[in-house]
Write a protein that binds this ligand. Structure first.
Ligand SMILES: [Fe+2]
Length: 268
């Protein structure tokens, strides 16, 4: 491992010189509108409609099996009022995160693409686990899953001018494993996300249960993340764990597995 890179990175971090990406403005505006107490589906639709790509994506999800409405709709306003403002807000934020993790061509783009695909899969699994378990909002789980590894983004961007061989060496990502939690936490503060999302981002590798009897977002995402990274034997063990028992998940049926695949494709 090139130690001089890590030295430069740690210097930048300690001196507050690590560049944190700004949250996409259009998504921020749509989120703010949806947050208003008096907001209607029409208000949010007006904001979303300014971005044709976002509009197309929202309609696609609204018409998918994720929501299970009997009739497809081509109207954005109708789609938003069917899904509700909370779901719409999550989708807008998730699609903005996808946009932030848009992979450029170089080797570092491959790394960002890998993070994005992993986040999309964890989001899909966390959503489904929350749905099965019924002890945490599936909508929040979807958002927290998509966000959980966001700390890798500024770290990978910092390294974008390093040689390809250096970036694609598995040791590079391994070296960032601890730091991505810390940088993720900084990013959540910078973007002013809620404390439960911040906890998820900074502590999702922890498979212990929290003290509270309520299931936290962090617990759902930690379980989903471990599940995605595990092989079959490890998955069986994971389902026997105290955490799985608390989240109230014993496994996935065929239909749920298909749904996980579908949700993953929406965000990757
Ligand atoms: Fe992680």
């Amino acid at each position: 491992m090139n130690t001089s890179f890590m030295e430069r990175l740690l210097d930048a971090l300690n001196q507050n010189r690590l560049v944190l990406p700004a949250f996409p403005e259009a998504a921020m505006r749509a989120r703010d509108v949806a947050e208003r107490l008096d907001a209607s589906a029409l208000d949010v639709a007006r904001e979303v409609a300014k971005d044709p790509a976002l509009t197309a994506r929202i309609l696609k999800v609204a018409n998918s099996s994720m929501f299970g409405f009997r009739q497809n709709t081509g109207s954005l306003q109708q789609a938003i009022s069917r899904m509700g403002l909370d779901h719409t807000k999550t989708l807008v934020t998730n699609f903005a995160l996808m946009q932030l993790m848009a992979p450029p061509k170089a080797a570092y783009g491959q790394l960002i693409a890998r993070v994005r695909t992993h986040c999309a899969e964890v989001a899909a699994v966390a959503y489904t686990m929350a749905e099965i378990g019924g002890r945490q909002s599936k909508n929040r789980a979807l958002l927290a899953g998509m966000l959980h590894d966001i700390g890798y983004l500024p770290l990978i961007q910092f390294a974008k001018n390093e040689p390809d061989a250096f970036l694609l060496d598995p040791a590079f990502m391994a070296e960032l494993k601890e730091l991505h939690l810390q940088v993720g936490n900084m990013l959540m503060m910078y973007w002013q996300f809620a404390p439960d999302l911040m906890n998820t981002v900074s502590d999702h590798h922890n498979l212990a249960c929290d003290n509270s009897s309520e299931v936290s977002l962090r617990e759902v995402v930690a379980l989903a993340n471990a599940w995605v990274r595990a092989d079959e034997v490890e998955r069986a063990e994971l389902l026997q764990s105290e955490l799985a028992e608390k989240v109230n998940v014993t496994g996935f049926g065929k239909e749920q597995e298909a749904r996980i695949g579908e949700i993953k494709r929406f965000f990757s």
